[in-house]
Write a protein that binds this ligand. Structure first.
Ligand code: UD1
Ligand code: UDP
Length: 363
């Protein structure tokens, strides 16, 4: 079987690493080609993930870079199409919900090349999120849908997608975390920043609805206030860094730092007193780790993390950040950590590889 994997952004690398490895193990004869669209390109947003996750270097770099949605999507399509025409793989795999995902799926399906979508079926039911459009379109046009939770299966059913296209395989982002536990658990990366495990609030914010307008500065003001009660460590996404542009006043205990490498970030998450985020993947990782997560959004495409009790939806309301220290203080520290959702067990990629090995080339 000849498989082309198309990856473009930080969360894509985390989701795809275990799948590429599992296919190599289970189907040693499979020919895997990795195409990096270049949507993310800074070393700390891209290369470091390949190194730490042991993903082979990409076979093709499309170097699409940043731009508007249409520019980014169009550049991926233009640059990927000739590769797929030449290669004619049996399957194109696309992960997640970013512009590279949609672009690659559209390109492949119009060449009548089967497409598999990893992390299919998530829905925020908020069409102002670019990711929601990417998810809906990608799921509609993909042939094989790999799903990580029961609610995602239900979402697909509600959209009339035939059940035989969807496969409940589990969560490959958790596979990556589980595979690297022995490496990140002892790291105590927080000490690099002079912080004690369990003492600090870890923050990531990068959604346009929050960071592309004045709410970002309201959030920084609220974090300044919270940092009086617990130190705040904020590895800043480049989108957010560009919006802040040095214009925010920072309290002494609010530390804005570069994006963290994957191992370092997992260590920071595992040792955090709490996490504040608008990330999708981080809602999942904190749920697995049993670390309290506060999501600064009005909705989530990952309600399973709320049901589990680890994740609290604060709303798109920076004023609520100030409630975090008292919410944590009111928690029972000896409560047992929640059980992860079904099939978030470190073996999702093996299930997918097994399915691919059984089915042979997708027709
Ligand atoms: C993208 C995804 C989002 C995902 C996030 C993961 C879309 C529509 N959005 O958002 O779903 O949660 O990735 O992190 O696909 N930049 C750099 N260096 C880089 C990458 C980006 O400086 O290596 C800056 C550029 O100024 C760029 C901005 O970040 O314009 C936004 O990058 P982009 O890839 O367009 O979207 P993200 O916000 O990263
Ligand atoms: N991550 C990281 N360093 C950071 C922030 C996040 O390695 O500074 C990892 C995190 O552990 C998770 C993934 O990046 O695996 C989440 O990516 P992001 O929040 O950018 O995207 P989203 O999941 O929201 O699409």
């Amino acid at each position: 079987m000849r498989i082309v994997h198309v990856l473009g952004t930080r969360p894509n690398f985390v989701k795809m690493a275990p799948l590429i490895a599992a296919i190599s193990r289970r189907m040693p004869g499979a020919d895997q080609t990795i195409v990096h669209t270049g949507q993310h390109y800074d070393r700390l947003m891209s290369e470091i993930f390949f190194e730490q996750l042991g993903v082979p270097a990409p076979d093709h770099m499309l170097e699409v870079g940043s731009g508007t949605h249409a520019q980014q999507t169009a550049r991926v399509m233009e640059r990927l199409e000739p590769l797929l025409v030449e290669d004619r793989p049996d399957l194109v795999v696309v992960p997640g919900d970013v512009n590279s995902t949609l672009a690659a799926a559209l390109t492949a399906v119009k060449l009548e090349i089967p497409v598999a979508h990893l992390e299919s079926g998530l829905r925020s039911y908020d069409r102002t999120m670019p990711e929601e459009i990417n998810r809906i379109v990608t799921d509609q046009i993909s042939d094989t849908l790999w799903v990580h939770s029961e609610e995602a299966l239900r979402n697909l059913e509600l959209e009339g997608i035939p059940a035989e296209r969807a496969h409940f395989v589990g969560n490959t982002m958790i596979d990556s975390l589980v595979a690297l536990q022995d490496r990140f658990r002892p790291l105590e990366a927080c000490r690099q920043f002079g912080l004690e495990p369990g003492s600090y609030l870890l923050v990531t914010l990068h959604r346009p609805a929050l960071v592309d307008g004045p709410l970002l500065f309201e959030a920084v003001a609220a974090l300044n206030e919270v940092s009086g009660a617990m130190p705040v460590l904020f590895p800043v996404h480049p989108r957010t860094r560009a919006r802040l542009a040095g214009n925010a006043e920072l309290a002494e205990n609010l530390h804005l730092v570069d994006p963290a490498g994957y191992l370092e970030f997992l260590s920071l998450e595992a040792d955090a007193g709490a996490v504040l985020t608008d990330s999708g993947g981080i809602q999942e990782e904190t749920s697995y780790l049993g670390v309290p997560c506060f999501t600064l959004r009005d909705n989530t495409e990952r309600p399973v993390t709320i049901e589990l009790g680890t994740n609290t939806l604060l709303g798109l309301d920076p004023a609520r950040i100030s409630e975090i220290p008292s919410i944590i203080a009111a928690r029972n520290p000896s409560a047992p950590p929640p059980q992860p959702p079904p099939l978030w067990d470190g073996h999702a990629a093996d299930r997918i590889a097994e399915q691919l090995a059984r089915m042979g080339p997708v027709t």
